[in-house]
Design a protein around this ligand. Structure first.
Ligand SMILES: NC(=O)c1ccc[n+]([C@@H]2O[C@H](COP(=O)([O-])OP(=O)(O)OC[C@H]3O[C@@H](n4cnc5c(N)ncnc54)[C@H](OP(=O)(O)O)[C@@H]3O)[C@@H](O)[C@H]2O)c1
Length: 231
């Protein structure tokens, strides 16, 4: 699958652990990448001149507007890291993602792919002790479905289990819908691959699903898992 997508893709959260894999997999498919980062030096050190870099804050709609301008798709791997302040679930997982979706839609972006989480519909889940992180992600999901579920646009929302490091395509995947899975882990690289595939596959459009790694078994590609998503 070389040269399969002609558009430019903005990656928000590109300097994070999953984001770096998203960039790697986009470049693997020779897809043109722009990253949106609050830290230009960090992005430059990671990606050099293999990507375009736009610096700005996820709190600032003007910065985001500049980042999404001219892009065909956005992949968000943003994630909060503190209880309060500019890296909190409210600021990043909810408001940051919502703002990104709004500015992307305004700029004519056609597809929005988002990393969310298993258990995102479960208000009583212990992870919500971290400043209601799952509730914030749920609000962001709903917003993305509303804005990008409209005619002429599409979304894909991937809800992974616990994230691990490691290469992509080393495991079979278990996918489901309806937030019924309670546990499981998945390599960030596989999540990245699914997000990137969502740009390319019609059957991935307007889907929200959960995913964890199944048994270790090398995979030639992950496209087949979009075929077996329950309605
Ligand atoms: N950990 C798990 O087991 C697990 C399970 C399910 C879902 N998830 C979700 O999966 C996603 C990716 O996880 P990960 O481990 O790859 O996350 P990560 O390494 O912490 O990366 C998060 C990214 O978000 C960016 N970010 C954080 N606060 C920001 C702010 N205020 N403004 C702009 N950017 C900001 C970070 O930028 P900097 O590089 O500048 O810090 C980084 O690029 C997250 O949404 C996470 O909640 C995680």
């Amino acid at each position: 699958m070389n040269n399969v997508y002609q558009g430019k893709v903005l990656v928000a959260g590109a300097t994070g652990k999953t984001g770096q894999w998203v960039v790697k997999r986009l470049l693997h498919y020779r897809i043109s990448v722009r990253v949106f980062s609050r830290d230009k030096d960090k992005a430059l050190a990671m990606f050099g001149d293999s990507v375009e870099i736009v610096t700005g804050k996820i709190q600032n709609a003007v910065d985001i507007g500049q980042a999404v301008k001219g892009c065909d798709a956005v992949i968000s791997t943003l994630g909060s890291s503190s209880y309060s302040g500019e890296s909190s679930p409210a600021d990043v997982d909810r408001d940051g993602v919502k703002r990104l979706a709004d500015e992307a839609a305004k700029a004519g972006v056609k597809h929005f792919a988002l990393i969310s989480s298993l258990a995102v519909t479960k208000w009583y889940h212990p992870l919500n002790l971290f400043a209601g992180v799952l509730l914030k992600k749920w609000e962001a999901e709903e917003h993305v479905r509303k804005v990008f579920g409209q005619e002429g646009r599409s979304y894909t929302i991937v809800r992974p289990g616990g994230l691990k490091d490691g290469e992509p395509l080393l495991h079979k995947l278990h996918v489901d819908t309806g937030d019924r899975l309670w546990n499981g882990f998945i390599n960030r690289a596989d999540v990245a691959e699914l997000l990137v595939l969502s740009l390319l596959l019609e059957k991935a459009k307007n889907k929200t699903f959960e995913v964890v790694n199944d048994i270790q078994e090398p995979q030639t590609n992950l496209e087949q898992y979009y075929d077996v998503l329950p309605e």
